[in-house]
Design a binder for this molecule. Structure first.
Ligand code: PQ2
Ligand code: NAD
Length: 242
């Protein structure tokens, strides 16, 4: 394996995209989901950038001109996303000299990192990459992951982001905590979560585009929280029995 997977925290980091074509748009849309400070420099913008060009945001700046070497100053990450492969290579060379991480959309060998295909379910992050041998395969695997992993994972992680700390504080025994967390993460418990969701509204699981509204989501969340509390009490009880 050539690549080492990491999940970058881009909060307040400067990220530059050179070029604003179809591939740049894909990278840009993903970056919008982070808290990065994005700059895009390109003489032409793909029409799909239009809604963003018309909508000012603190998250991004667009500069409608050609790339200059000085544009790299102060950047943390750079995407060389033009259709000019010599320019992309030059950006790779310049970025290396400045210790800036670089992705060259038409040259994986010169890239410090590549971008995988991604599925998010709340804080659950699933990615697929092909070592740059067949990106179309990464895309197909992403689609399969999208249908295999539903909203139940998002609900579970939303709840655990609120509960994990309290469970650790409440239960002294590391061994018992390990048993509890393993059971919450088990296939059986996920089946239980799916059952809670289906009992509430079968549409939610069968339609991958379905987004429950806020009150619906909160009600289902409450039921799952109850199931987690019961699981914890049961485990505590068994532990005392031993
Ligand atoms: C996963 C995804 C993420 C994203 O970009 O968001 C991504 N490419 C996606 C789609 C896709 N890209 C291409 C096709 C056409 C079919 C095909 O070529 O297979 C399709 C599929 C389609 O369009 O249907 C063409 C292509 N891709 C690269 C080159 C240049 C080259 O090979 O040198 C060429 C032109 C080749 C030529 O000249 O013919 C290079 C890269 N593309 C990567 C990522 C990195 C390696 C990831 C890995 O290890 O798999 C890497 C190395 C650089 C990078 O971009 O980081 C995204 C799917 C998003 C999704 O839908 O989920
Ligand atoms: N990584 C991938 O997933 C992937 C997928 C398909 C293709 N590719 C490769 O990427 C290349 C670009 O793909 P695309 O479809 O985004 O191209 P595109 O033609 O849609 O966009 C190219 C962009 O580069 C900009 N550009 C050109 N010269 C520039 C300069 N001097 N400074 C700043 N910006 C400049 C243009 O204004 C345009 O916005 C293709 O030639 C192909 O080799 C990569």
């Amino acid at each position: 394996m050539k690549f080492y997977p990491i999940n970058l925290n881009l909060k307040d980091k400067n990220v530059l995209i050179v070029g604003a074509g179809k591939v740049a748009l894909r990278k840009f849309k993903r970056l919008l989901q982070t808290r990065a400070q994005i700059k895009i420099i390109s003489p032409e913008f793909n029409w799909e950038f239009l809604p963003y060009l018309n909508q000012e945001s603190e998250k991004y700046i667009f500069l409608k001109r050609k790339f200059k070497d000085e544009d790299l100053i102060g950047q943390f990450l750079v995407f060389a996303a033009t259709d000019n492969s010599e320019l992309n290579q030059r950006i790779a060379f310049l970025a290396r000299g400045k210790n800036i991480l670089v992705n060259i959309i038409d040259n994986a060998e010169l890239s410090d990192f590549t971008v995988p295909a991604v599925v998010n379910r709340g804080e659950l992050l699933l990615t697929a990459a092909s070592g740059s041998n067949l990106p179309a395969l990464s895309k197909n695997i992403r689609k399969k992951l999208e249908s295999d992993f539903g909203i139940e994972y998002r609900l579970l992680l939303d709840i655990m982001s609120e509960k994990r700390k309290a469970i650790i504080e409440d239960i002294d025994s590391i061994e018992l905590r390990k048993l509890i967390f393993r059971e919450i993460a088990s296939a059986d418990f996920l089946t239980k979560i799916r059952k809670i969701i289906v009992d509430y509204n079968p549409q939610i699981l069968s339609n991958s585009n379905y987004q429950p509204n806020d009150s619906e989501y909160q009600l289902i969340k409450k039921e799952i929280e109850k199931a987690i509390s019961q699981l914890i009490e049961r485990k505590k009880f068994h532990n005392e029995e031993l």
